[in-house]
Ligand binder design. Structure first.
Ligand code: 5GP
Ligand code: MG
Ligand code: MG
Length: 177
């Protein structure tokens, strides 16, 4: 797997250290009461597992399957909700976790749906945010790292379902694509 990586963008120790700070911010910003955390599968899985273990408060954890990329390199421009059931969020404060903010379509669509379902407030946290124009007006409340506009894998992010288990974020060699 390492052979397919052209360059490591954010190494493991740097990610882990940043998560300490993000967890403190989240802990500080949310008042008491149980927070509902929604993890967008599958990309946010690794990020969520490491982040949430650092947040010492009462959480309810839910997962949502949405698709916008369909496994390739380009956003399809449409967000599909793939689950039969939607988490119960009426009257709740929600923290939404995703791997990366790219065009913004995913977070925008999910946030809108959560509010339609009666969530009191939706905050969003992403590991990565690409420095680019968004197709949708959306800003994450917590951002691990700002990166350039290039395709990255690792630490939850895939290319055709692979590379999610890399402990760092990196860029693929052209030969691996
Ligand atoms: P958006 O809806 O903001 O355009 O894209 C969000 C989703 O697209 C992310 O949750 C992620 O699944 C996928 N995505 C966007 N940029 C990248 C990237 O650089 N690498 C990978 N592996 N997935 C990406
Ligand atoms: Mg995703
Ligand atoms: Mg993907």
């Amino acid at each position: 797997m390492r052979d397919d990586i052209e360059r490591v963008l954010i190494d493991e120790a740097v990610i882990q250290k940043r998560l300490d700070a993000m967890a403190l911010d989240i802990e500080r910003d949310f008042p008491g009461g149980t927070l509902v955390v929604i993890i967008l599968l599958k990309g946010a899985l690794v990020f969520a597992a490491d982040l949430l273990r650092r947040v010492p408060r009462q959480l309810e954890i839910e997962c949502l399957n949405v698709a916008s990329y369909h496994g390739g390199l380009e956003s399809s421009g449409k967000v599909d909700f793939l689950d039969r059931h939607f988490p119960e969020v009426k009257g709740r404060h929600v923290l939404l976790l995703d791997d990366i903010l790219d065009t913004g379509r995913t977070l925008h669509a999910v946030e809108r749906r959560l509010l339609e379902e009666g969530a009191v407030a939706v905050h969003t946290a992403v590991l990565l945010a690409k420095d680019k124009e968004r197709a949708e007006e959306v800003n994450a409340d917590y951002v691990g790292f700002e990166i350039g506009d290039e395709f990255v894998v690792g630490y939850g992010l895939d290319y055709k379902g692979r590379y999610r288990n890399l402990p760092y974020v990196g860029v693929l060699k052209p030969s691996a694509v």
